[in-house]
Write a protein that binds this ligand. Structure first.
Ligand code: ADP
Ligand code: ZN
Ligand code: ZN
Length: 679
């Protein structure tokens, strides 16, 4: 028999693992009519008042014999978390081994204002009056793709489609049409893009087509914009959400389609707790909401393409560009040969010749290098000292103009020394190339060319991205130099030449995804060329010209890349054949970090032995490639095996054993299920 009291299970917003469970509170009589799971509350916790979320209600008292405190205040008049999103948060907490409150905090934006019942009343805005762009006639391949999608969109089937389409094949147009279909049946659409600030053209296309029904969601919104957009979505006034990673939690009530553009992008992975991947969260959300998902990419992640091969996803392809515009011609330059021939410039002779030609014809050029600054390391020629960040133990990058050395990991800036801090010598040399040096080199070779540079250093101000892109699009510059910021979404018809100054920056990273990232990044940058009437050309410079990732870019051959890379992954038992669960051990004192890591590692091995699991292995413990970051030492280990739940189970057991140990007290842990990198 229950009592006549009503109890609420409340997840309290205190971000520590040891209280990762709901607490029970009595619902005061005055709130009994109103209270529902998914509402925010204020509760007494210890000696303080804390905020929390109601995740369950019951008439049975779950903790007998104890005095149970009362909820002090109910923040919202209606639940801000739907039952579907509550289920999603529970899944996240279990999958990513994060406290439930962290998952809930992803769903409800910080400082969201009190939500009233009248906020929920649908007030359709005046969907008209706006001059909206008419859609183009679909090409036959687009029509075929939509014919496959339509039944799923109309009936709300839980199906996943992988749309593999080369750059410029008209994927975005497919998304727009698919959205029209779900709006027509009274449902809503969610579109995820890798980074809003880098894809202004994409957002524009959605607004041109659907006007004020589009809400834009990303982490750089101001508090007021955030509240306004959230309410527009929550109330149904906006029924299309375009946004970055965190938009996967947008409070749409009847999602009928989730689109993930450039599904392979790393930016979908959050690199702080909870370390979720928006693609995986979206797939789960779509399951809960009963709607289809479209994953779009020119270079699908190995994970997704494999699922398409096994039939878990439906594969759709757009193998050619719209209007049969040719894909750009890609030429690979062997930088070793350039050096042999005495060319010490950062530009090969071929790239110089092609640049001169484009400048003469008044066409535009994009130069890509995934490193900013001027020189990437600074060395004393007398004693060999490399200038390093004292907080991160990585080499500092020279930035000209300001004449500073900067750390690209922690932001530390020091004046460029004119003599060696170790031996006093004045012979200091600068090695490596960054975007700043490219700019200088361009100005030296082509003094008349108008040059723009887009990287972290030139885009720190709000709106700077758009400004640079607009200037370039309007033809106010001949050459755009940039880091991976320029790889995405740019659709500028006058660009006929793309130069990849070095394809090796990513290829040489100590990471099992290095080849995949290189193939994706270079293909994507190459895809910026020749999107207009004049065919494009791409020059890729490399010291590893025969590497299969680079050869595959030349031949626009995703499939051969996929097969080679899958062979390697299978041989080494890396994802997508396995899952990884990575643990980074952190601390201020190196010996404590080493001891903590070895202690946890030993316990994990013991647990594996005791449980007799086969097919799971432990990598490490070993120092992380970035061994010291921001004054913090880092060691890591990773469990590797086919079943994610088995890995989590092992780690939970090991952590239960070691959590009180003296060795673990001084260190912190970062737990990362399905890490994107091991650096
Ligand atoms: P993707 O998203 O695959 O890179 P887009 O959707 O951006 O490709 O299409 C490439 C270009 O072709 C864009 O300029 C777009 O406006 C244009 N386009 C797409 N579909 C059509 C169509 N059916 N008719 C005419 N132009 C189209
Ligand atoms: Zn020296
Ligand atoms: Zn640093």
């Amino acid at each position: 028999m229950g009592t006549d009291k009503l109890y609420a299970e409340v997840v309290v917003d205190v971000a520590v693992h040891r209280v990762d469970r709901p607490f029970t509170y009595v619902v005061p009589v005055r709130y009994r009519e109103q209270v529902q799971p998914g509402m925010r509350v204020k509760v007494p916790f210890g000696r303080r008042q804390e905020k929390g979320y109601i995740v369950g209600l019951s008439h049975n008292c779950p903790v007998a014999g104890m005095e149970i405190k009362e909820i002090e205040d109910i923040v919202d008049e209606v639940p801000v978390i739907s039952s579907e999103l509550l289920a999603l948060a529970r899944w996240m907490a279990a999958y990513y081994l994060c406290p439930l409150v962290e998952a809930l905090n992803c769903i409800v934006p910080a400082r969201l204002r009190r939500i009233k019942r009248k906020d929920l009343e649908e007030r359709k805005e005046e969907g008209n009056g706006e001059p909206l762009q008419l859609p183009p006639v679909l090409t036959p391949p687009q029509e075929e793709v939509l014919a496959v999608l339509r039944p799923s969109l109309r009936e709300g089937r839980k199906e996943v489609f992988l749309l593999h389409g080369v750059t410029g094949s008209g994927k975005t147009e497919v998304y727009l049409r698919a959205i029209e279909e779900v709006l027509a049946v009274g449902r809503q659409a969610l579109v995820l893009v890798p980074e809003i600030s880098l894809t202004p053209q994409m957002v524009e296309r959605f607004k041109n087509r659907f006007g004020s029904r589009v809400a834009v969601w990303h982490s750089a919104l101001s508090q007021k914009e955030r509240n306004d957009e959230w309410l527009r979505i929550f109330s149904g006034r906006a029924d299309i959400v375009v946004g970055a990673r965190s938009a996967v939690f947008a409070p749409l009530r009847k999602p009928g389609l989730i689109v993930i553009d450039e599904e392979h992008e790393n930016t979908y992975k959050q690199e702080e707790s909870p370390r979720y991947h928006a693609r995986e969260v979206a797939l789960m959300r779509a399951k809960l909401a009963q709607c289809p998902v479209i994953l779009g990419s020119a270079t699908p992640s190995l994970e997704s393409f494999r699922r398409a091969e096994t039939g878990e996803y439906h594969l759709l392809s757009l193998p050619a560009r719209v209007d049969n515009r040719p894909l750009p011609r890609v030429e690979i330059v062997d930088l070793r040969e350039e050096l042999k021939e005495g060319n010490r410039s950062v530009f090969s002779r071929l790239l110089q010749k092609e640049m001169a030609e484009r400048l003469r014809r008044g066409e535009q050029i994009i130069l890509f290098l995934n490193r900013r600054g001027f020189s990437t390391f600074v060395v004393c020629r007398e004693c060999g000292l490399v200038m390093k960040c004292r907080r991160c133990d990585v080499s500092l990058t020279y930035h000209a103009g300001v004449n500073e050395l900067r750390c690209h990991y922690c932001g530390l800036r020091v004046a460029n020394p004119d003599s060696c801090p170790q031996c006093g010598s004045r012979y200091i040399r600068y090695f490596g190339t960054g975007t700043q040096k490219i700019e200088e080199e361009v100005k030296r070779l082509f003094p008349w060319a108008r040059v723009l540079r887009m990287d972290v250093d030139t885009t720190s101000r709000r709106g700077a991205h758009e400004k640079i892109i607009n200037l370039f699009r309007e033809g106010k510059a001949d050459i755009l130099i940039g880091t991976q910021m320029i790889a995405k979404g740019l659709d500028i018809p006058a660009v006929t030449l793309v130069g990849v100054v070095s394809a090796d920056t990513v290829l040489n990273l100590p990471d099992f995804r290095a080849a995949e990232r290189t193939f994706q990044l270079v293909t994507q940058v190459a895809g910026r060329a020749g999107r207009g009437k004049i065919p494009g050309q791409v020059v890729v410079q490399s010291y590893n010209p025969d590497h299969y990732a680079i050869q595959a870019v030349r031949n626009h051959d995703y499939h051969s890349f996929y097969r080679r890379e899958m062979e390697y992954r299978q041989r080494m038992k890396y994802p997508p054949f396995t899952h990884l669960l990575r643990v980074v051990v952190l601390g201020r004192k190196e010996e404590q970090v080493v001891r903590g890591a070895q202690f946890l590692g030993a316990e994990l091995r013991l647990q594996m032995e005791q449980a007799g699991v086969t097919g799971v292995s432990l990598l490490g413990p070993a120092p992380a490639p970035l061994q010291k970051l921001k004054d913090t030492y880092r060691w890591q280990m990773a469990l590797k095996g086919p079943e994610p739940e088995e890995l989590r189970w092992l780690l939970r057991r090991a952590l239960d054993v070691v959590k009180e140990a003296r060795e673990m007290a001084p260190v912190g842990l970062q737990i990362d299920m399905d890490p994107m990198g091991m650096i």
